[in-house]
Design a protein around this ligand. Structure first.
Ligand code: IDP
Ligand code: MG
Length: 217
């Protein structure tokens, strides 16, 4: 039977709720977001939901860090990048061969990855750890779809970017989509460790916690 008061929660359930409330994700304002002066706007959107920034820094990533950040040796992920490039042609009467010179998803993915590695080193980024209820999915929702021209209005990528893989790939660069967010728990753990390993993740309460939730942990 469902338990309906916090007093009834047993220790195990308490731990589950604690883990949900304190889920951590990694996100990053990419160089185009910083150079367009959107740092405050993007952080504001995260904070407005009730999620909490618990670590943050600005730096220009090295090639080594970018290659450690993205799964550059994962063929499945590279093919997925290629399929995203292809999906830029959806609804257009153009073929991948015509526009990109190939319709091979691995080749398209490798091409996109080369541009991505350059793009991520092209200026300072703001790296963050964000904590809160299902923060991984929440921050992905705030980000919007990878391809800006497909991202819903109301999302960071939808509201502030219009890039399209046809243009990006023909120009030999990455899609400029302002913002990165971990896709799942495995990515979040890897990225938090990579960018903030050995550094302090802050522990504090928000004033709004009292209003949003009934119980503190
Ligand atoms: P995500 O950032 O939404 O998680 P991923 O598929 O993990 O999307 O791709 C990583 C990044 O690679 C994207 O955010 C974007 O900057 C870039 N990218 C994705 N597809 C393409 C493409 O077709 N051409 C160029 N860059 C791309
Ligand atoms: Mg991704």
């Amino acid at each position: 039977m469902a338990k309906n008061t916090t007093k009834e929660y047993d220790a195990e359930l308490n731990k589950t709720i604690f883990d949900i409330k304190h889920q951590r994700t990694f996100c990053m304002i990419k160089p185009d977001g910083v150079m367009r002066g959107l740092v405050g706007e993007i952080i504001h959107r995260i904070e407005k939901t009730g999620l909490k920034v618990v670590a943050m820094k600005m730096l220009t990533p090295t090639e080594e860090m970018v290659k450690a950040h993205y799964p550059v040796n994962n063929e499945k992920w590279i093919v997925r990048l290629g399929s995203k490039a292809k999906s830029g042609l959806d609804g257009l009467s153009l073929s991948a061969k015509e526009v990109y010179g190939t319709d091979d998803e691995k080749a398209l993915g490798e091409n996109a990855l080369a541009g991505l590695i350059q793009y991520m080193q092209s200026g300072p980024v703001v790296a963050m750890v964000v904590e809160g209820i299902q923060s991984i999915d929440m921050v992905r929702k705030l980000a919007g779809a990878t391809l800006p021209f497909k991202a819903e209005m109301g999302t960071i990528r939808g509201d502030f970017s219009v890039d399209n893989p046809i243009v990006a790939n023909v120009e030999g660069r990455s899609i400029h989509n302002l913002f990165h967010a971990s896709e799942d728990t495995e990515e979040a753990e890897h990225e938090i460790k990579l960018w903030f390993g050995g550094e302090t993740i802050c522990d504090y309460s928000l004033g709004s916690d009292d209003i949003m939730y009934c119980k503190h942990y």
